[in-house]
Design a protein around this ligand. Sequence first.
Ligand code: SAH
Length: 506
Amino acid sequence: MSDGIVYLVGAGPGDPGLLTLRGRAVLASADVVVYDALLSPRLLEHAPAEAERVYVGKRSDRHTLPQEEINALLVSRARAGRTVVRLKGGDPFVFGRGGEEAVALADAGVPFEVVPGVTAGVAALAYAGIPATHRDHASALGLITGHAAADKAEDPLDWQALARWPGTLVFYMGVANLPRICEQLIEAGADADTLAAAVRWGTTPRQTTIAGTLATLPDRAAEAGLEPPALIVVGGVVGLRERLTWFETRPLLGRRILVTRARTQASRLVEQLEALGAEAVEAPAIRIEPPEDRSPLLAAAHDAASFNWIVFTSVNGVDAFFDALAETGGDARALAGVHLATIGPATTERLASHGLRADLQPATYTGAAVADALAGSADLDGAAILLPRADIAPPDLADALATAGARVTEVAAYRTVPDPDGAEAAAADLRERRADWITFTSSSTVRNLLEAVGVETVRDSGARLASIGPTTSGTLREAGLEPTIEATEHTIPGLVGAILEYERKA
Ligand code: SAH
């Protein structure tokens, strides 16, 4: 059997957004993904869930698989007819032994394609505000291994030539040899005052830059405890950094923030946090699932036209209701005579995606506020109100509406169940005290996280607690935890804004 192929794919330098479109397309077609260390786990999400994932990277300076075995693995999987993606950091043909892998494939007669990637030597500089070339400072760019400099006898580099280089020098794998690299350049005639910098974890939320000159950089790096992965950049372009820095000034850069809401809902929060420079870690405490018994929801959807009002208190509720409506053979026309209320802007927006405008959305986004707003705007006496909501939603909204005289039909539209994988990810982060913040977007995220990891783990982690609103804060307090901040606007942007405000003051 054949038709197997190996794609040598550049994964980019760290920021998962720097994967190419071609790289994403071949990942989506992979049967097998063979990947290294330093890669964002987010990249693997582009591969089908059922694809085999083989980690062959280094762990604590030890190859988990020797290069010949990696080559053999690629050949054998392709010969078995599989589509293999060999995902490599940066560009596969720049210091990644991708050239050796390609030769092994060619020798074995295995078809392969190379998908170039954004190499760290260019991308990390860009994110550090250092143009690789510039008309006034550098008319050439050299990508150099810093690995060989350790041993003078074996050193393949011509330091005289490098010292005369009319542009920027970028050393990969040079952290351990940083003092020797600077020394050799100065000995070979480079000006000791030539600007130089080290960029660590470039393009990721952990990025840091240390700048100096050939004379001063080694000491500065030692003082800062510089460790790999980092690039050493030498040349006048380093002087532009102070004016051009843009990434390292992001207000949440380096902050590690746990996102406990369900994976299917997390993307907005994750995106907003990342845009501010944070490292958002998806550690979903809950998953959204259909209720065990869907018949009340289906019955309510079937009779939708018989209600005066439908009150949607979450995006999940909207989705579940319209799924049920479609299943009963109905569509939005069933709601022609029905008034619609929502709890807040995200729910209103989701309703709008079904072509429906909300008649009422309260000024603050809580269940109590919806009840007040409804009672203030309509005569609820005898009104038939449908509440499609979570199986475990607090009773206050329904009670308040009933007190105002409404006939309330509550149906479970969805349920939140614990997500053990997410809880495990959260627990590991919290025990190692790595998280700076935990975000809570509902009471069930609080309850399920605490149930999974225990209140002590959260308390001892030192992480700050961000709550989306008073109901969620109440659940935290019941467990003996005080939220560090509570969003004044009970939405995802409101929550992100509250974290930002706290960090700006801190
Ligand atoms: N093929 C890769 C390079 C692999 S060699 C590429 O094209 O980028 C590994 C070296 O690359 C590391 O030792 C480090 O010097 C550099 N490197 C890779 N990712 C980096 C990052 N995000 N920030 C800084 N240096 C990085």
